[in-house]
Write a protein that binds this ligand. Structure first.
Ligand code: HEM
Length: 544
């Protein structure tokens, strides 16, 4: 076990410290305003909040290269000191990293109610993704998850797979057209692949989650696509430190989505340090307006044509239908309100688009740098694609090498490289005392590349390792990209199936290579791991 000096404070800019001060003041007043039974408990409670904010904040917001090097440092520590790393952060706040399956089982599964997502993380997620699965915990979360699970069941995913293909065919057509338009089409063209993956996955999630065709592949100025793209840019941009810092001040997240602040956003924008906030207010308003329109259209659609209801497989239709059935059976039941439904729309938009876009971009990067694996994938998918360019769920699942490639890419470069939990009571984990209030880092990328499980080449991309798994491999804890337990990723099966459908079509049609000699990856991590350079790759047509 390691007691290390502060790992997080070194890269903080003055601006970020300014926001830390804001958080501290805000959290302190929140505690004062809270209905705490004893005023004497207020100061420790406030200090607890403040220090949690500082640890999480400084981990996520400290400059992006620092996050990457910090992850690398943690990897080194885990290698050197074993599966428990205890770090002393700013203001004496502890953050512990656990890697062993036993510890992860306790935190994520057995005692999941004792280790929720930290409040600061939920505040930020609530702002961008609405109040939903990502932000609730305990009984409220259980109820919501129960309502959502049927939408992600395998029979429903089987029925949905065909909905992926209109956007996928649109993407193949666009890449083909742009390559043909080049002076020397046979030489191919460089594309910013992350941009294209963002578009195709947004089209897919709108289709599968809401039955709503936005076709942002062909309409780059689509209002929703533009707003979501700007929102994701805000996440990894320097603006993050501004809006994230303000979002955790109590009441601010709520205010940012209010009509009043929306009407006065230009005033907010006049204060230079608050300019990203003014953009955020505008984006949140646009996304919420469009989500409300989608929900209204859906509700009308389902009430006008009840006979069509059973044919609609998108997630929102299932939810509207379930709510209707619940209200019919019991008019005074606590069915989800319209506001709550809009929040679910936003949760799925945000969570359901970015993960697959990142997973696909990193997979293409890895394949571009491993021509042997790419060739083998091309040999596997080409005959399938020639027989039927819209392979169904079961066909995609049966492709062995495609499965190896998807698993290995998600293992080596997980779209969400780390997450956090907070201990709500004092207990022992892995024989180590974890005092109440301790921040727990779940270093997904470190877990996925743990040498004790995966061997000396754990950090390298070798899809073939999935054909002959190591003895120490544990199906739940050795590839942790979707976590496990009641808060694991509800969309994991959908995400993998969607990634496979896009990859099969791309690899059957194109060859991917680095955009230039000596190209290196630029992972920029805040909450998710985005390629900082939008992943330029050289794309050429497969020769017949
Ligand atoms: C490759 C793609 C994806 C990856 C790597 C991924 C990863 C994750 C991870 C690591 C979490 C847990 C976060 C935490 O607890 O801190 C999570 C949660 C979640 N994901 Fe995904 N995800 C992906 C795709 C999707 C898709 C396609 C959807 C929906 C359509 C989705 C919806 C959600 C939701 C709603 C949660 C919250 C679950 C809960 O707390 O009950 N994700 N995801």
């Amino acid at each position: 076990m390691l007691s290390a000096n502060s790992t997080v404070s070194e890269a903080q800019s003055l601006t970020q410290l300014h926001y830390l001060a804001w958080i501290a003041v805000g959290k302190y007043f929140a505690c004062l305003a809270s209905r705490s039974p004893s005023r004497h408990a207020l100061l420790p409670q406030a200090t607890q909040h403040i220090s949690s904010c500082i640890v999480l904040w400084s981990t996520l917001v400290s400059s992006r290269p620092c996050v990457t090097s910090q992850a690398r440092r943690w990897r080194e520590w885990a290698k050197q000191y074993g599966p428990v790393v205890r770090c002393m952060g700013p203001v004496g706040k502890e953050c512990i990293i656990f890697l062993s399956p036993e510890a992860l089982q306790q935190i994520m599964v057995k005692d999941w109610l004792v280790y929720p997502r930290p409040q600061i993380m939920r505040d930020i997620l609530e702002l961008v993704a609405g109040s939903g699965l990502l932000t609730t915990t305990g009984d409220a979360h259980k109820r919501l998850r129960k309502a959502m699970n049927p939408a992600f069941s395998v029979p429903n995913l089987i029925a949905q797979t065909d909905m992926y293909y209109e956007p996928i065919e649109g993407l193949v057509e666009i890449l083909n057209r742009q390559i043909k338009g080049e002076a020397a089409p046979e030489a191919g063209k460089v594309f910013q692949m992350y941009h294209w993956m963002e578009k195709v996955t947004l089209d897919i999630i709108c289709n599968t989650a809401f039955g709503y065709k936005i076709d942002c592949l062909h309409n780059p100025s689509n209002k929703l696509a533009v707003a979501l793209e700007q929102m994701l840019d805000l996440q990894s941009d320097r603006g993050w430190s501004t809006w994230g810092g303000n979002a955790v001040i109590p009441g601010v997240a709520h205010a940012l989505t209010s009509d009043w602040l929306y009407r006065h956003r230009n005033l907010v924008g006049k204060i230079p340090t608050l300019r990203p906030l003014s953009l955020l207010i505008d984006l949140l308003h646009r996304i919420r307006t469009i989500s409300r329109e989608m929900l209204r259209a859906k509700t009308v659609d389902l009430s006008v044509a009840p006979e069509d209801m059973s044919t609609k497989k998108d997630i929102m239709s299932l939810m509207v239908r379930a709510r209707k059935a619940e209200l019919n059976a019991n008019p005074v039941s606590e069915a989800m309100s319209d506001m709550a439904m809009v929040d679910q729309v936003i949760t799925f938009l945000v969570a359901g688009q970015e993960g697959p876009a990142l997973g696909l971009s990193w997979t293409l990067w890895l394949l571009a740098n491993d021509s042997e694996s790419q060739c083998r994938l091309c040999e596997e998918v080409t005959p399938i694609y020639a027989a039927n360019p819209r392979p169904d769920y079961r066909t995609l699942k049966s492709l062995e090498w495609l499965d190896c490639v998807a698993n290995e890419s998600l293992r080596v470069l997980p779209p969400i490289p780390q997450t956090f939990r907070v201990a709500e009571k004092t207990d022992y984990i892995d024989g180590v005392l974890v005092p109440k209030g301790t921040m727990i880092n779940i270093p997904i990328r470190v877990i996925n590349t743990w040498k004790q499980v995966w061997g000396e080449d754990a950090e390298e991309f070798h899809p073939a390792r999935w054909l002959n798994l190591p003895k120490a491999y544990n199906p739940t804890f050795s590839q942790f990209s979707f976590l496990t337990g009641p808060h694991d990723c509800v969309g994991k099966t959908m995400a993998v199936s969607e990634m496979k459908a896009v990859l099969a079509a791309l690899i059957a049609n194109f060859e991917f290579a680095p955009a230039y000699a000596g190209q290196v990856a630029h992972p920029a991590a805040a909450l998710s791991m985005k390629p900082d350079d939008n992943m330029p790759l050289h794309v050429s047509r497969i020769k017949a």
